[in-house]
Design a protein around this ligand. Structure first.
Ligand code: CU
Length: 123
């Protein structure tokens, strides 16, 4: 009986964990350069985000927030590889960075948004 309730307990944990994963909100973002949660040893000069369909540049925006606040970005465009790309204007120093994105991808008119972070350690 003891073993049985233990099994039931772990089953319950397993079910609640998979429910959590199952309800994770859909995001069209597939990946990025710099990598999501990545740690860089060289300062990036561009941001590039990859989506599951072609983003509409006119309905998209990117923000880069670092230890010294918001960075100046220039020239949002797509390389037609289901991506968004932008140039980072001011120097990227060591620290934690957050990228905030807003876009509309493919035929889906819904405005999608999200954020991710990466870190830079240059010395
Ligand atoms: Cu480009």
């Amino acid at each position: 009986m003891k073993t049985l309730s233990r099994i039931a307990f772990f089953l319950l944990i397993g079910i609640s964990l998979s429910t959590c994963l199952g309800t994770t909100e859909y995001s069209p973002l597939l990946g990025a350069e710099p990598e999501i949660d990545g740690a860089l040893t060289r300062a990036p000069r561009t941001l590039r985000l990859y989506y599951d369909a072609l983003p509409d540049v006119s309905q998209s925006s990117l923000k880069l927030i670092g230890p010294n606040g918001e960075h100046q970005l220039r020239g949002l465009h797509t390389m037609a590889a289901d991506d968004l790309m932008i140039e980072i204007m001011d120097p990227v120093t060591s620290g934690e960075y957050q990228v905030e994105w807003v876009t509309v991808v493919g035929d889906n008119p819904t405005i999608q948004s999200g954020s991710y972070s990466f870190s830079v350690i240059t010395d």
